[in-house]
Write a protein that binds this ligand. Structure first.
Ligand code: TYM
Length: 332
């Protein structure tokens, strides 16, 4: 029996992954890789929607790759690659653009938010067509499941719509993928603003736990996290978003159920609790950072892994694209 397929991607917009990326998505990448046939990639082309110095971008792509490997993405179990190494992504992306309504694309909330913030003259067209490239990323590999955080749900919806539309117009070509979004961790919040998501682009430095930061810095950030009125350590997302966020983080990293942590801190204050969360986070991140730094010392080895991954990915990508072209009526 053939194994079901899992696919996911991450942008290389920062020097470091943050805890939201890990708890919302990458943790699942690692968990799923033994059971499924998996395709994991760095969406370096999507990253071009944000203007970046070439040297900085180059460094970030490699740093992202090193961190994913350090977290446990296994290049032997997966096709682990860079989006820009597989040109079929852009080729199928164009097909997706020709299938998407202008109004439909205009309703994407991430596009609306980002373009409203910067104004239409400073918003690049790539931000508008972003979801269509993402749909191509997914559909090329006939993915069954796509592990992502909550913020990508709408992009998965449009991907499903586009797959269905193509299949009904041109005959069954694509697997219609399901989003794989777990309840816990699918939205990790900004430590300084616990009602907004932890984000590379909008969180303040103090609100975001970065894997490549020094342990002391991350410990300090947790200890200075905004908490709520009252002094009890209980999970209550409405009344206590700050404490609830820290409880989620602690529980997912330590493996302890939230009620057990609540019991441990009954009668103690926020200070003791935050000190323990800081320790859990720091001890979790420490070996990952060390491993990533070690991998970055050997750039040729890192590149070799990515090239092998792209070769694996292209076998599937080429075959899907060629079927899609044929079904569209393009002369082969
Ligand atoms: P990106 O690079 O913004 O984020 C990578 C993954 O991390 C998740 N995530 C979070 N999860 C929980 N809490 C948070 N605060 C948080 N912040 C980020 C994201 O949901 C994501 O799963 N468009 C994608 C990249 C992409 C992609 C794809 C993903 C391109 N093509 C195809 C899946 C399949 C993005 O910008 O993710």
């Amino acid at each position: 029996m053939t194994r079901k397929r899992v696919l996911s991607g991450i942008q290389s917009t920062a020097d470091s992954l943050h805890l939201g990326n890990y708890l919302g998505a990458v943790r699942q990448w690692v968990a799923l890789q033994n059971e499924y046939e998996v395709f994991y990639f760095i969406a370096d082309l999507h990253t071009l929607t944000v203007e970046t110095e070439p040297e900085v971008l180059r460094k970030r792509i490699l740093a992202t790759a090193a961190q994913l490997l350090a977290i446990g993405v296994d290049p032997k179990e997966s096709a682990f690659f860079l989006q820009s190494h597989v040109p079929e992504h852009n080729q199928l992306g164009w097909v997706m653009e020709c299938l998407t309504g202008f109004g439909e694309a205009s309703r994407m909330t991430q596009f609306k938010d980002k373009s409203q913030k910067s104004g239409s003259d400073r918003t690049v067209v790539g931000l508008f067509t972003y979801p269509m490239l993402m749909a191509a990323d997914i559909l090329l590999y006939q993915a069954d499941l796509v592990p992502v955080g909550e913020d990508q749900r709408q992009h998965l919806e449009i991907t499903r719509d586009l797959a269905g539309r193509f299949n009904s117009r041109y005959g069954k070509t694509f697997q219609v993928p399901d989003a794989y979004i777990l309840k816990s961790g699918s939205k990790i919040y900004d430590l300084q603003n616990p009602t907004a998501k932890m984000s590379k682009s909008s969180s303040s430095v103090a609100g975001i736990i970065e894997f490549m930061d020094a342990p002391e810095i991350n410990a300090k950030k947790i200890k200075s996290a905004v908490t709520d009125t009252g002094r009890e350590v209980v999970f209550d997302e409405k009344e206590k978003p700050g404490i609830s966020n820290l409880l989620t983080i602690h529980s997912l990293l330590s493996g302890k159920p939230i009620p057990e942590i609540e019991r441990e801190f009954a009668g103690k204050g926020y200070g003791d609790f935050k000190a323990e969360v800081a320790e859990v986070v720091v001890e979790f991140v420490r070996p990952i950072r060390a491993k990533a730094l070690e991998l970055l010392e050997n750039e040729p080895a890192l590149m070799a892994i990515l090239h092998t991954g792209a070769a694996k990915a292209r076998i599937v990508a080429e075959s899907t694209l060629s079927r899609a072209y044929e079904n569209l009526g393009l002369v082969r």
